[in-house]
Write a protein that binds this ligand. Sequence first.
Ligand code: GDP
Ligand code: MG
Length: 303
Amino acid sequence: MNNNFKSGFVTIIGRPNVGKSTLMNHLIGQKIAITSNKPQTTRNRIQTVYTDMEKGQIVFVDTPGIHKAKNKLGEYMVNVAEKTLNEVDVVLWLVEPSNFIGAGEQHIIEKLQRVNTPVILIINKVDTVDEKEKILEYIDTYRKVYDFAEIVPLSALRGQNTEILTDLIFKYLPYGPQFYDEDTITDQPERQICAELVREKLLTCLDKEIPHGTAVEVTKFSERDDGIIDLEVTIYCEKDSHKGIIIGKKGAMLKKIASAARTDCEEFLGCRVNLQCWVKVKADWRDNEFMLNNFGFKQQPNR
Ligand code: GDP
Ligand code: MG
């Protein structure tokens, strides 16, 4: 038994696109939360686990951005994010390298003022700042608006100054038990992560209005004797026209999406993956069955 073992929960907050998923992926060293340059790609709380057998265990909760809700799903995401602030041991707040504290940041400051959880401010993307003195200015700007436990400038993408972060987090964690096995990196089922990886490709390959109306479901996940994983995924979209766009000319877009997703799934699962993607319009998806067959994407049997 290691009596100096610490453990606790950490949430990463910040406006969409600030680099939360990138940071978490970098810390964990494997691609788990999906990243893209379109906002609001993270719908679920994704727990990942960082274990250092000498120091302790950090359980990360990736939150949707805290912002003003525009619809029911948005409302749900905001509530999840706010509740999390009270439940965790440390909050990591990521901001852009800037002196400008906008309405979104003000909103977060108001939320933070209502909790006692220590907050570590991370000024991310410092690789984009040419004059390093500027970074000191940003630190000063933020220091004036909230009593942060720590302020850390870093680049999640380039891995600059990220190595000190885990030690700073441990500083604020209580002594406690090991929650997860040391090999565990996430409590999300592998199949859900694969669905998220497909969704990420929809986001990066398509115009933004279409992916936000899509859902991805893994309908088959099975391992063959030779270790290959058969993965079948259904992409649900809202309109026939969207389905057409997702499939693309002669199925080219769906092939592109599936091929990029397969590469990531193979990397994540560490084995070869046979990925098949289906596209369905939720209301009336059967209308275009012949079209899918035409393009070589067999329609799934009616379930
Ligand atoms: P999230 O919405 O907060 O989860 O942001 P993501 O992690 O999805 O990142 C959004 C975009 O910012 C992606 O294109 C990232 O590659 C980029 N990004 C994240 N961290 C950095 C960084 O440190 N430097 C630079 N230059 N870009 C970054
Ligand atoms: Mg994200």
